[in-house]
Design a protein. Structure first.
Ligand code: SAM
Length: 217
């Protein structure tokens, strides 16, 4: 059964704004509502991939955290922080830890139009020393009140919307930034998730889609 054209064009519009070179890495952020809020913010900012590590037993299941946004975001889990950071470095990301140290800079001083990963630390302990030593820099949101830190999902939103502001100014949302192969693959999967699964199980390529999202056999 074909998708309604309006739904197809909405999916296409969202996918065309996704930023493959902007991502988040969460380190032991284990509360489902925090991870959920971060993922929802990522969707709003146009992030496609989120990376996560969790060394505690409390890693929430995907369904707990996603609140529906898992359909539009790819959550990649890594066994440990070093593996996650090495992976992002191999993909040419600059990695900035949202972290309070004497070498932290104001989060607005970063150029988020470059390939950027923002590392967010655990609710209680923050970013680990190991992670802090492996990243390219530390950023802070200035705190002028009585409390010393923001909720992790709030910090994520503040930083990511600055990234969005910079990318909007550079017109980075105006044309699709995904490579053609990934774009068409995701477009089919988001449009026809059940049919995509059948094709995957059969080891078949996806069919082509017409102008209004109709399947061309
Ligand atoms: N006691 C922890 C610490 O010293 O880092 C506080 C952790 S905070 C609740 C959780 C995470 O939110 C932090 O690791 C950091 O990534 C982010 N965060 C919260 N407030 C921030 C701020 N003002 N600037 C940068 N990052 C912040």
């Amino acid at each position: 059964m074909n998708l309604l054209p309006r739904r197809y064009h909405r999916i296409k519009q969202v996918l065309e704004k996704r930023q493959p070179d902007l991502t988040v890495l969460t380190e032991d952020v284990h509360k489902p509502h925090n991870l959920s809020a971060i993922i929802r913010t990522c969707d709003a900012v146009g992030i496609l991939d989120v990376h996560s590590i969790n060394t505690t037993d409390e890693f929430p299941t995907f369904s707990q955290v996603s609140q529906g946004s898992d359909k539009w975001i790819f959550l990649h889990t890594h066994p440990d922080i070093k593996t996650a950071i090495n992976y992002l470095k191999s993909q040419h990301f600059n990695i900035y830890a949202a972290h309070f140290t004497n070498k932290s800079v104001d989060y607005r001083d970063i150029d988020y139009t470059q390939p950027t990963a923002v590392l967010l630390g655990a609710e209680k302990w923050g970013v680990s020393e190991e992670a802090a030593n492996l990243v390219d820099g530390h950023i802070i949101i200035p705190m002028l009140g009585m409390v010393q830190s923001l909720n992790v999902s709030v910090a994520a939103a503040v930083i990511l919307f600055e990234a969005q502001r910079q990318r909007l100014a550079r017109k980075m949302y105006d044309t699709s930034r995904l490579d053609a192969r990934r774009y068409h693959k995701i477009l089919f999967e988001w449009s026809y998730p059940d049919i995509a699964t059948i094709h995957q199980n059969n080891g078949e390529n996806y069919p082509f889609l017409g102008e209004n999202g109709e399947i061309i056999h």
